[in-house]
Ligand binder design. Sequence first.
Ligand code: C2E
Ligand code: CA
Ligand code: CA
Ligand code: CA
Length: 275
Amino acid sequence: GKRTRRGTCTLFSHVMDAQIRREALIEQVLKQTDMDEELTVVFQPIVDSSSGRTIGFEALARWDSPVLGRVPPGEFIPVAERGGFVGRLTRTLLRKAVMAAECWPAGMRLSFNLSAHDLNTEESVLAIAAILGRSSFDSRRIDFEITETAFAHDFEQVRTSVEALRVMGCGISLDDFGTGYSSLTRLHALPLTKIKIDRSFVKDLHKNPASYKIVKSLLALSRDMHLDCVIEGVETQEEMDALAALGAVLIQGYFYSPPVAGHELGDYLDAAGTA
Ligand code: C2E
Ligand code: CA
Ligand code: CA
Ligand code: CA
């Protein structure tokens, strides 16, 4: 009845208010924070399941705020994007990620997430290039991960930026593949080197026929486009078996390892027998 509907609306607006206040607080704290001090990167292995070898790591941002405690990246990165200061965050994290990667074993690759804004201006791409130029880590060992939201606005600028990164030798991975709305024509216009299938399709894949079909066709599509394909969010042996049957090879997920702190990577590689 009327009362219930009004009750729901009130609850909804309270939840919205709380969320808006939380975002405003995060923005205020993050903006003023010493990012070099409080932001760190952790690294999640990407494993070639046919050999069991770790071929690289994805850098993932972590923020331990003295004021707010640990805030997950899914929360603070969108805030920085909307607040217009994600470029500063990207540069801090990229500097830290390549510095850590400089002492990795030869051939080990680094995947790094970029935001839409990082590709939307020439200055932001030049800033990325400058960081790579100052590092001894070979740019050809870096894969930048981009999502389809990056080219919702200015596709031509994104294409120019992506091409510039390719000229430096970097790979480009399309992240969260299957969750966006891009046409294949647009995807084809970008010089991609890899796609990453979103973990929402991987969960319980062995008993969910719809997910199974989606992963199967995304894998076929990546093969047709001559692109490598990473499957994200693999957690169980059952999921692994179903993926093996589909011919999927590159795996990232808790099945192999959660993200690892930079100073623990040596131990991880020793245990994995890759170093
Ligand atoms: P993403 O790029 O899709 O990263 C993968 C996320 O899935 C990570 O969450 C990772 O910890 C999580 N994950 C990996 N394996 C599993 C699994 O087996 N099961 C489950 N349930 N989760 C798994 P995280 O670290 O919380 O990052 C969330 C998102 O925040 C990332 O999603 C990415 O969109 C964004 N992000 C993280 N670091 C950065 C960064 O440095 N820059 C930018 N622009 N975005 C970042
Ligand atoms: Ca990613
Ligand atoms: Ca260099
Ligand atoms: Ca992803």
